[in-house]
Design a protein around this ligand. Structure first.
Ligand SMILES: [Cu+2]
Length: 297
């Protein structure tokens, strides 16, 4: 029995979970840091990941959400910056400066966030040599941003979780496959230990490590909890430490997502739960290493 067994989760205190949502990187205009602390100084880096149906982006116009204070947009080389009221606009000064459709561009605004938690929406209009995209849809009350065709960009102002989760993905599986791997980069704000994992799609979820046995690399459950030191990223990746989802209850289809609950124990022994929604993909999004584990148990 190890520290990551599902049943050890059961008696943990139910705390308000922090929910991080990972959008596919290609889908929308997005924020580099979509969650930030109330009252903090925030650098909103808006990422434009594609043009308008293949056409290069020439202008990016942003309607700043009410509640931002002292907003100041950053100049961009080759682009003219115009700011008035709650509107900020960058325009490519020349045809050559336009953002090619397949290239990612970043547009940054520095501001002070409001003291109270809540949702802030950036409405972004992307003008291209040909065509225009309006990222301006807001979800109806009580519904989620998922399913919206051209959502505005959401900044969640809320207390940050103990651990930042980045580049998370779960490998897709085929019918009959019993296990699959999960990968992510975890950076704790204060030192904590990952003491439990669970997911509705898996009977058992564990952290595995790779160890040489003779001259064969094998994986096995990590003995004890996974230490997450303050400020130091711990990477769970193919070929190294990874999450293992076992006794899968359904095939994991690429393009879908999987909910994971991570239970974290701080230095005083208090537990909190971090809920993350992780995309399912056949290989690391963004074309990272894609070595495959055997995933047979
Ligand atoms: Cu494994």
């Amino acid at each position: 029995m190890n520290a990551f067994a599902l049943k050890s989760i059961a008696h943990y205190a139910r705390l308000a979970p922090f929910v991080a949502v990972f959008s596919p990187v290609w889908a929308h205009v997005s924020l580099q840091e979509p969650v930030a602390e109330p009252g903090s100084s925030y650098r909103a880096v808006l990422r434009v990941t594609h043009g308008c149906d293949g056409s290069p982006t020439t202008t990016v116009t942003v309607q700043l959400p009410a509640g931002l204070r002292d907003a100041k947009a950053e100049a961009r080389e080759g682009w003219t910056l115009f700011a008035q009221g709650n509107e900020v606009r960058w325009t490519a000064a020349t045809k050559e400066a336009a953002l090619p459709s397949a290239q990612r561009g970043e547009f940054a605004i520095n501001a002070k966030l409001p003291p109270a938690p809540g949702a802030l929406w950036f409405k972004v209009q992307q003008t291209c040599e040909q065509g225009r995209l309006d990222w301006s849809q807001l979800p109806a009350a009580g519904t989620s941003i998922e399913g919206l065709k051209s959502p505005a960009v959401l900044l969640q102002v809320q207390a940050l979780p103990a651990v930042k989760v980045e580049q998370a993905w779960v490998r897709s599986s085929v019918p009959g496959q019993r296990g699959s791997g999960g990968y992510m980069k975890l950076t704790a704000r204060k030192a904590v230990r990952l003491v439990g994992i669970s997911s509705p799609v898996a009977g058992v979820a564990e952290v595995h490590e790779m160890k040489m046995e003779g001259d064969v690399m094998k994986m096995r459950p990590l003995a004890g909890a996974l230490e997450l030191p303050a400020g130091k990223a711990v990477e769970l990746r193919p070929g190294g430490l990874h999450l293992m989802l076992m006794d899968l209850k359904q095939p994991l289809a690429a393009g879908s997502s999987v909910a994971l609950t991570l239970t974290l124990r701080d230095e005083k022994g208090a537990d909190s739960q971090l809920e993350v929604k992780v995309p399912v993909a056949a290989a690391a999004p963004g074309g990272g290493a894609s070595a495959t584990e055997g995933h047979k148990h």
